[in-house]
Design a binder for this molecule. Structure first.
Ligand code: NAP
Ligand code: NAG
Ligand code: NAG
Ligand code: NAG
Ligand code: NAG
Length: 238
């Protein structure tokens, strides 16, 4: 159909065309619409936000939106020291936790003395069990993805432990499935917002670029293993 191909306006990204694949594309939309539809972030409410998969494509944008939307504290959880540094020094996160090295429950308690009000979850599994255990009453999980569980032969969303289910129930935490493609009618306005933030420098964009389509498989596996900081991009030509 004539809608199969969508043309893009290079002005939206100041000519940086790869941003259409990330921050000013489906990735940024996932972060922004996830936050707006499921996050319940309110300016002036002094909320603490935690993001898992925080140095990835979606997570790195979601955390910055949390700051722009008025969370007083945004804490990222990711898989390396290099990523932790990028979150705090380049992207303005309040703190970062390396789930491969740090004592996550202890460091999370230290970074979030007022508990967790909004959790943008990209990973699921043990990291998310830990975050949910420190969430406040009537707080909100944005169920974006569960990448730590994708190699398991289970339906999506993957089942939670009894303990975590009980924590959600007893603390009245919302955790609704989120699918960016269910919000087509909101995408145009959201893309404009993302474009403005990126152009003004309020949102910084991180990319990991690999050259050549012959390296696509390697780059994909690297991304699934945490080799990327920000959006994994395959560059085909100038
Ligand atoms: N709901 C939607 O509509 C929607 C749309 C797009 C994407 N998503 C979801 O959003 C999430 C992020 O996707 P993305 O495209 O932005 O990818 P990404 O975050 O750029 O890359 C994936 C990252 O996941 C982390 N990871 C891999 N295995 C992990 C594990 N076992 N435990 C914890 N972290 C692990 C790695 O970072 P570390 O170094 O930190 O481990 C890796 O860099 C995915 O779950 C994806 O399915 C959802
Ligand atoms: C948020 O924190 C500020 C500064 O500490 C305080 O004045 C305000 O009352 C707090 N707001 C809420 C809703 O707790
Ligand atoms: C969230 O829980 C912490 C304790 O974990 C508490 O200090 C804080 O006041 C709670 N916040 C709200 C909004 O209930
Ligand atoms: C949630 O509310 C219950 C009872 O209303 C209270 O006992 C508990 O301490 C609260 N938990 C948090 C994390 O604020
Ligand atoms: C439970 O959470 C919902 C959604 O955030 C909220 O509207 C409701 O007031 C909460 N109920 C209680 C008993 O706190």
């Amino acid at each position: 159909s004539k809608n199969r191909y969508k043309s893009v306006d290079p002005q939206l990204v100041d000519g940086h065309l790869s941003y259409f694949l990330g921050a000013v594309g489906m990735t940024g939309l996932t972060a922004l619409l996830g936050m707006r539809e499921k996050g319940h972030v309110t300016k002036g409410a002094n909320q603490t936000m935690v993001v898992s998969g925080a140095a990835g494509a979606c997570g790195s944008i979601a955390g910055q939106i949390g700051r722009l939307d008025g969370c007083v504290r945004v804490v990222g959880i990711c898989g390396s020291e290099e990523k932790c540094r990028a979150l705090v020094e380049d992207l303005g996160f309040s703190a970062a936790i390396n789930y491969r090295r740090d004592d996550v429950p202890a460091k999370l308690r230290e970074c979030c003395p007022d508990g967790v009000d909004v959790y943008f979850d990209n990973v699921g599994g043990a990291v998310s069990d830990t975050v949910i255990a420190q969430m406040n009453n009537s707080s909100h999980v944005i169920l974006c993805g569960q990448i730590s569980q994708y190699n398991k032969d289970v339906p999506y969303p993957p089942p939670l432990s009894e303990e975590t289910q009980e924590a959600l129930r007893s603390k009245n935490i919302t955790r609704e499935r989120f699918m960016v493609l269910n919000y087509m009618d909101k995408m145009e306005a959201a893309l404009l917002q993302l474009s403005q933030w990126v152009k003004s420098g309020q949102i910084k964009v991180l990319e990991t670029v690999v050259n050549g389509i012959e390296n696509m498989g390697v780059a994909f596996c690297s991304m699934m293993n945490g080799g990327n900081v920000g959006k994994q991009i395959i560059k085909l030509s100038e």
